[in-house]
Design a protein around this ligand. Structure first.
Ligand code: ATP
Length: 757
């Protein structure tokens, strides 16, 4: 049905501006929207596959009223309603009441049909000759990869081509057929999960007993090389000396910042830590670094201090596990020899993500036998910010001239249309080995783009689509929703919290509302409702450019003058005159904010209450990936859905507490729809995959576009690889969301998809 009544106003979906669909949808969930025919509550359908429409949850009622709407269509023609909605006064047409539907055609498209991606290459089935090795079926290149044991070997395994199957079968083949001593094999993975999986698969297929199996070394780089360090100096490398958490490292950086006279509250320490990690993983000591700008110059000073402090306190971090192990082996030939006597065969998974220190370690260890088998896909390098680089794959043949290179190019995971469109995307990268993945089957489904209005509607449409599919028999575990950055998952997380569908989110992820800038804006709103909100006042100190030490004065002043904490700001002594006049302007405005619509209140906070200046200052500090202004724009997208500040704050509190509770849960249920960043999805596969925000600015990320504008395409290529990884996670159904608006601004489809649209 296209018509409904809400608060005595008629809603006509052909006239309703698209930006209001989400609000009407949410109100329809609370029975505020009524059927035009029978006056019973109706819901708004907002999904992917069908056009939005009003419907009765009860099927019979729905049919009856639908027929009623058709037969009475002349009564409810939008034109007639338009006429009725106006009165003439002094020659002007004035609306009788504030109608939610506009009379002009909305500028945003009412509804755009989901569009399948154009797939240019037809499916040509090439039947692979499969044969069995130890009962595991393999195609010819897979088999060759399994059976090539001696010498350097690079297995270039495209997405879904059976890399994991090959690695585990290869290990089994070495143990079972070649009778190679388990002790002499080292298998390195990137994640503990991958290591566990390989272990289990090998265990399930081997005839070796547990003791023999335990001699096979399978682990992550960190676990393996940390064990070596521990073995050589248990005291020095005792885990109690490990700087495990970022906050521990940040403490050192903050100490250094204080000594350097940096404004501790303003500096992006997380970004600095990332930069230091990058230098360490590329084996750049503080002495080797040549800073390229003022930010790097500052970080270099912090880096020096950080390393000195660690040394003084006998501590180490995760990066040191690899660096110090490399130094140990490199500087002590006898120790290296001892390990070389034990290990003769080396297998490395996810070789495309190897960083210089990891590469050097493996090269050194395998230098005696050169039995180094690396499995990777240069198209899936997505960790360059940690120092990973595809260059080790690209130059493998130069490093090992007699290396065997095997290409696995059959994709067993995904349907032809998914493989073919992913091929079309990645083929535009320049820094890659040319190759094409070939699918093994074709289905009637096409990867599909759909066009929500914004992030909120995107989340609603996806959750409803999943509900429909579950009703048709799918299970929640078969779905994954992928986003570019953690903040990109905010709306979808909220929609899942409000739904009854089980879902799983990365556990360590903090709530969007706990981000620094968001906390800052919310503090104004919280103080507007409660001017004695101590935590909010603490947050407000930073955007007001006041010293944290002033907080105690403010508390004392509020007792002395018997006023609220906010009012006490006006009694602070000794401030420069510009700050006094600023506070005189800001303090009375804060209490008025609660009368505004939340989105208007945020605009006032930004423009009139000085938050914009604060943001600008933050923006200059080199935080390229996650800008504070983006967070504020995201917050405005949420705020738009609420009509009062207190409702909005209730929502933000509820979401923060829910996410905190998830984080703190002792037992965790891993079953449900998976919500994760694209980075996290690597190596995984799902029947249904939804990619959020396939628009410029999101995927590719803004910072990559910015970098490309300055002539550096490196990051843009990595963004394309991210999209490739995301698309190739899907087995049968792939949905790409192209919202018309993102962060409140008009968005355009990802440039990576343009050839396919
Ligand atoms: N020879 C084969 N016959 C049948 N199915 C296969 C074969 N090889 C791999 N597969 C299946 O293809 C899918 C992808 O395999 P796998 O996960 O090992 O790929 P991958 O190369 O690790 O993928 P990615 O790098 O994209 O994560 C799995 O479901 C696997 O069982």
């Amino acid at each position: 049905m296209k018509f409904a009544i809400m608060d005595n106003r008629e809603l006509d979906l052909s006239q309703l501006p698209r930006e209001e669909y989400q609000t009407v949808y949410e109100l329809s969930l609370t029975d505020r929207v009524l059927c035009k025919i029978c006056s019973q509550p109706v819901k708004l359908y907002l999904g992917i596959s069908n056009e939005p429409s009003f419907y009765h949850p009860n099927h019979k009622e729905n049919e009856r009223c639908q027929q009623g709407e058709h037969s009475h269509s002349h009564i409810i023609s939008p034109i007639e309603d338009v006429e009725e909605a106006y009165i003439e006064r002094n020659g002007f047409r004035i609306p009788k009441s504030r109608a939610i539907s506009t009379l002009e055609r909305p500028k945003t498209p009412i509804w755009q049909q989901p569009t399948p991606l154009k797939v240019h290459s037809p499916f040509t089935y090439q039947q692979n000759h499969l044969s069995s090795v130890l009962g595991i079926s393999l195609d010819a290149p897979q088999k060759q990869a399994v059976m090539t044991i001696s010498g350097p070997l690079l297995i270039l395994a495209g997405a879904g081509s059976g890399k994991t199957r090959v690695l585990t079968t290869r290990a089994l083949y070495m143990l079972e057929e070649q009778k190679i001593d388990a002790k002499s094999i080292m298998l390195v993975t990137f994640t503990a999960k991958a290591a566990r999986e390989m272990n289990e698969r090998i265990k399930a297929n081997t005839t070796l007993n547990q003791v023999q199996l335990n001699q096979l070394l399978i682990g992550t780089f960190h676990s393996i090389f940390y064990k070596i360090l521990l073995h050589h100096d248990r005291n020095r490398w005792n885990s109690s000396h490990l700087l495990k958490w970022d906050w521990q490292k940040e403490n050192y950086l903050k100490q250094a910042a204080r000594e350097l006279g940096l404004d501790e509250k303003e500096f992006p320490f997380d970004q600095a830590l990332q930069q230091i990690g990058y230098w360490k993983n590329t084996l750049y000591t503080p002495e080797d670094v040549k800073p390229s700008d003022s930010f790097e110059e500052t970080v270099l000073s912090l880096y020096k201090y950080y390393e000195q402090q660690k040394l003084q306190h006998g501590q180490f971090d995760f990066d040191d596990m690899l660096i110090k192990c490399y130094e140990l082996l490199h500087d002590n030939p006898s120790i290296l020899e001892a390990y070389q006597q034990r290990f003769h065969y080396f297998l490395i998974d996810e070789f495309q993500d190897i960083n210089p220190v990891q590469y050097k370690l493996m090269k050194l260890l395998s230098s005696h036998t050169k039995n180094l088998c690396a499995v990777g896909d240069d198209d899936q390098t997505i960790y360059s910010f940690r120092g990973s680089t595809p260059s080790f794959i690209l130059s493998f043949k130069d490093e090992f001239p007699n290396a065997t290179i095997i290409h696995l190019s059959s994709n067993y995971r995904s349907d032809h249309h998914i493989v073919s469109s992913a091929n079309a995307v990645i083929s535009k990268n320049k820094q890659r080995l040319p190759k094409q993945m070939v699918a093994q089957y074709e289905s009637s489904y096409r990867p599909t783009c759909f066009f929500p209005y914004d992030e909120e509607e995107e989340a609603t449409m996806i959750v409803n689509d999943i509900k429909e599919k579950i009703a048709e028999g799918a299970t929640p575990n078969e779905f994954a929703i992928l986003y570019r950055t953690h903040t990109g998952g905010r709306a979808i997380f909220e929609r899942f919290v409000q739904s009854s569908i089980p879902f799983v989110i990365e556990r360590e992820q903090s709530s969007f509302y706990e981000r620094k800038m968001v906390r800052g804006v919310l503090a104004y709103l919280q103080l507007s409702i409660n001017p004695d909100h101590t935590a909010a006042l603490t947050e407000l100190i930073r955007p007001l450019f006041l010293k944290q030490s002033i907080l105690n004065d403010v508390k004392a002043l509020s007792i002395l003058h018997d006023c609220s904490l906010v009012e006490a700001l006006l009694f602070i002594q000794g401030l420069p005159s510009f700050q006094i006049s600023k506070l005189k302007k800001i303090v009375p405005r804060i209490s008025q904010l609660k009368k505004e619509k939340p989105v208007t209140a945020i605009q006032i906070i930004e423009k009139e209450l000085g938050f914009h200046d604060y943001l600008k200052k933050q923006g200059n500090e080199g935080n390229a990936i996650e800008k504070g202004s983006d967070d504020v724009n995201d917050l405005k997208v949420v705020a738009k859905k609420f009509s009062t500040v207190s409702e909005f704050l209730q929502h933000t509190d509820h979401m923060t507490l829910t996410q905190r509770a998830l984080k703190e849960q002792k037992t965790y249920n891993w079953s449900g729809v998976q919500l994760m960043t694209v980075h996290r999805s690597k190596g995984l596969e799902y029947k249904y995959v939804y990619i959020l925000g396939a628009v410029d600015g999101s995927l590719p990320h803004d910072f990559a576009l910015e970098s490309a504008r300055k002539g550096n395409n490196e990051f843009l290529e990595e963004e394309r690889r991210l999209l490739y990884v995301a698309m190739t996670r899907a087995r049968e159904h792939l949905f790409l969301s192209i919202p018309s608006y993102r962060r409140g601004r008009k968005a355009s489809p990802s440039r990576f998809l343009k050839p396919l649209l």
